[in-house]
Design a binder for this molecule. Structure first.
Ligand code: 13P
Length: 340
């Protein structure tokens, strides 16, 4: 096989200046929901066609350092028969892989979830490495409610995240550790702050106990924002200040990069927040993006499941990538939204 590249170098490439990650790892169930939203058929071929248009958009590698793939996509080939992972690698984009098996009900809890997928993970990682994946993702979800989250839920998820991360590093694959505190609900920004702080402290404690090398991983957290249904929505400056303060309290400086999820924020909102966070000055970590919906929403709707719209969808993707990349460098302004 190809030469071994150090995990530190892969992590650094993923958060290189002006670049970030495209999360295109929707499970079959999730991508079906997205396709239903644009009345597109969801088949193995339509999923392939959609991902192929994203990965072949001209200039995408100027903004995208890595793409997180779903198992099916890592094994798929383009219409012309070239493996999609190879199409990415040929442009210098690093292929990654979602390895968790989804969030399932946590026993003896009141509706909370724990992410599954550790059984057999060592063997799956070895195969994914052979298929070209050089980084991985595991998403845990923590929701905020009247009595949630319980420390039990946070502990169970943190333990699984650390086991996953250690197995990845053993396989020479950079783990992206993703504990997502969900935006759903009417909680305030301060409740989001408190839950995220506890979650990150617990996660880094577990990573330490399980000997995970901080220099060889990336963190993929939520931003500190008001709940979606909260009547008083915090402004951009408050989001940026509380997000950075939270990380200063919890994320060791040895971690090379923090790559945000968009988590249900609109494309413009997620971009504006990322920009304000990066404008706050020098941080010990690179701060970039690993957006799914906030990079794909316009492209998906421009495509609408129709082959005649591929060029329009690619144009929409590149425009979104340009703005997000500007925000990653702290050089975005909302006027750029209207330019094409
Ligand atoms: P969103 O940016 O749509 O939240 O997706 C990112 C992701 O990978 C969630 O696991």
């Amino acid at each position: 096989m190809s030469e071994i590249i150090l995990m530190e170098d892969i992590a650094a490439q993923l958060v290189a200046t002006s670049k970030g990650i495209l999360a295109a790892d929707e499970s079959t169930g999730t991508i079906k929901k997205r396709f239903d939203g644009i009345s597109a058929e969801c088949t193995e071929n339509s999923r392939r066609d959609y991902r192929e248009l994203l990965f072949t958009a001209e200039g995408v590698s100027d903004f995208v350092s890595g793409v997180i793939l779903y198992d099916e996509t890592l094994r798929q080939s383009s219409n012309d028969g070239q493996r999609l992972a190879e199409i990415l690698a040929d442009q210098g984009i690093i292929p990654g892989i979602k390895v968790d098996m989804g969030a399932k009900p946590l026993a003896f809890s009141d509706g909370e979830l724990v992410t599954e997928g550790l059984d057999g993970l060592r063997d799956r990682l070895a195969e994914y490495y052979e298929l070209g994946a050089r980084f991985a993702k595991w998403r845990a979800v923590v929701s905020i409610g009247d009595t949630a989250p319980s420390q039990y839920c946070i502990d169970a998820n943190a333990h699984a995240l650390a086991r996953y991360a250690a197995l990845c590093q053993e396989a020479n694959i950079v783990p992206i550790v993703e504990p997502e505190v969900l935006i759903d609900g009417s909680h305030s920004i301060d409740e989001c702050y408190a839950v995220t702080e506890t979650t990150l402290k617990t996660v880094f404690d577990e990573l330490y106990k399980q000997r995970v090398v901080l220099e060889q991983m990336l963190l993929k957290p939520n931003m500190i924002v008001s709940g979606q249904d909260c009547t008083e929505q915090a402004g951009v400056d408050e989001v940026a200040a509380k997000t950075i303060y939270c990380f200063e309290q919890t994320v060791p400086a040895a971690v090379p990069g923090i790559v945000f999820l968009s988590g249900g924020q609109s494309e413009a909102q997620a971009t504006e927040h990322l920009n304000a966070i990066n404008q706050m000055g020098d941080h010990p970590w690179e701060i970039s993006y690993s957006f799914g919906r906030a990079l794909q929403a316009s492209a998906l709707s421009a495509w609408g499941g129709k082959s005649e719209n591929v060029a329009a969808a690619q144009k929409a993707l590149i425009h979104r990538c340009q703005l997000t990349s500007a925000a990653r460098d702290g050089e975005y302004s909302t006027d750029m939204e209207s330019s094409s």
